[in-house]
Design a protein around this ligand. Structure first.
Ligand code: ADP
Ligand code: ASP
Ligand code: MG
Length: 453
């Protein structure tokens, strides 16, 4: 019987929430506790994507066999706890055979498209297994291939969704399914116009959940992970970090953009567009509560959180003598645009530009930013200096560039730290500074102590 669900909730479970049979069972209980959850979006089981990324780098046959056996063990351990095992084992074996074939191809010739095809198997496997876990609870459940609806650009490893095409496909192909059964699909993966599999960058399942929430006009998107909400900084780094009860889209989005791994950087964009609240909670301790991300919050504090984005590169470009300063800026940005380099933090003087390149998010794990052709063209245009191994630490808050005393408070806490570049004044919600990567943790601890404890 077809029913309509006006308050559909999308629930996304990350890697640790589907790591093994017990984690999957806990996640299934969360899904079944809320009848409005009609769509479940899953990550690969913890550790699986990392192994697939390694395989896509091209390993020799012995290393490949080792990795594939590790993958098989993770999947078989889950299957061994199911009542009906034969059919699902065959499906998983088929996917493991695909992985093996693609990994062999990657050894002969790597490519970003091949890497995405390979890496997508993590989510394909976890979603098939989760369907079985739900069916064993007598729930009518349907497996759905997210690539049928998530249309993306062909930027393999960090594809961008094509919103119109995705919305149209969701309406036609996915919504009717959610009216018939509880639907389980994959995060992270999509398909470009020619039908090849793409991925949305590491951690991309959060983004899938909010994209699908947007297209379905969901009442809420729930992100179930291994922490009971969004904290004032990564609680793994600072044990005294405190949970934030409610946070605005803009603050949380700034946190995600500047490295708070709990949400993929783009997760909140679709939610903001449709004003869909996003809840973040722990699948292991669901009753511990969590964080609600929504449009407005009462009394937003000046200082909200600290985030770190690692794997940052500082590129300094110096104008040659005799070059016009304003042409220099214009030509440099045109050149970067031709090479598809997105720059999100920058400072300039009359004759130099310093910009931060972020290599942290692409699935294939390697920087495609500093290509030889980019460096060659830049060097013929100006003098280039590159410094790698940096981290961008950001303080997130409200009216930071208007309030008095912010810089004094922040930099007094950083006296002993070698700050390479400061970004302040453009965003009302963040103040960032670049440091050598090995100084970043210390800087966050010192600032957290000063501003939040
Ligand atoms: P999942 O696999 O569920 O997507 P992730 O590992 O991607 O989980 O994200 C959860 C992790 O994000 C936490 O374990 C925590 O270490 C990290 N994290 C970083 N910054 C924050 C923060 N401000 N609040 C909460 N968690 C954070
Ligand atoms: N499995 C992918 C990753 O590990 C996507 C995700 O977990 O969100 O990056
Ligand atoms: Mg994640």
């Amino acid at each position: 019987m077809t029913r309509t669900f006006p308050h559909i909730v999308v629930a996304k479970f990350g890697g640790t929430s589907v790591a093994d049979f017990d984690a999957m069972s806990r996640s299934a209980t969360i899904v079944l506790a809320d009848k409005d959850v009609r769509l479940v979006v899953l990550s690969a089981s913890a550790g699986v994507t990392n192994i697939l990324v390694e395989l896509s780098a091209g390993l020799d046959s012995r290393e490949r066999l080792d990795k594939i056996e590790t993958l098989r063990t993770i999947q078989y351990n889950i299957i061994s706890r199911l009542k009906q095992q034969d059919a699902i084992r065959q499906e998983i074996d088929h996917l493991l055979d695909n992985i093996s074939r693609l990994a062999e191809e990657a050894f002969t010739m790597r490519s970003a498209a091949l890497s995405d095809a390979l890496v997508s198997h993590g989510e394909l496997m976890s979603s098939l297994l989760f369907v079985e876990v739900l069916r064993e609870r007598d729930v009518e459940t349907e497996w759905f291939d997210a690539r049928k609806v998530i249309r993306t650009t062909d930027c393999f490893g960090c594809a961008e969704p094509v919103l119109d095409a995705t919305a149209e496909r969701v309406e036609r192909r996915l919504r009717p399914r959610t009216e018939q059964a509880l639907v389980v699909t994959q995060g992270f993966i999509g398909r470009e116009a020619n039908g090849q599999t793409t991925t949305l960058g590491r951690g991309g399942s959060d983004y899938t959940a909010s994209l699908l929430g947007e297209a379905l006009h969901a009442a809420r998107v729930d992100i179930w992970t291994d922490v009971a909400g969004i904290y004032t900084t990564d609680p793994r780094l600072v044990s005294r970090a405190q949970r934030i009860g409610q946070i605005s889209f803009s603050e949380a989005s700034e946190m995600a953009t500047f490295g708070a791994k709990v949400l993929h950087p783009a997760t909140l964009l679709p939610a903001m567009r449709k004003n869909i609240p996003v809840f973040v909670g722990s699948s292991k301790y669901p009753s511990a509560g969590g964080t609600l991300v929504c449009r407005d919050t009462e009394n937003p504090p000046r200082y909200r959180a600290l985030a770190v984005r690692r794997q940052q590169t500082l590129m300094k470009l110096h104008c040659e003598q005799g070059q016009s300063a304003c042409r220099f800026l214009a030509d440099t940005f045109a050149l970067l645009a031709r090479h598809d380099v997105a720059v999100d933090s920058i400072t300039t003087s009359e004759t130099s530009i310093a910009l931060i390149l972020n290599a942290a998010s692409a699935t294939s794990g390697e920087s495609r930013l500093l290509t030889t052709s980019l460096l060659t063209e830049l060097s013929s245009h100006c003098r280039v200096e590159v410094e790698t191994g940096l981290a961008l630490v950001s303080l997130i808050g409200n009216s930071l560039s208007q309030a008095e005393g912010v810089c004094h408070e922040v930099f007094a806490g950083l006296e002993k730290h070698p700050v390479r570049l400061i970004c302040h004044g453009v965003s009302r919600h963040s103040l960032g500074f670049l440091l050598p990567a090995d100084a970043a943790d210390d800087a966050v601890k010192a600032l957290h102590h000063r501003l939040f404890e």
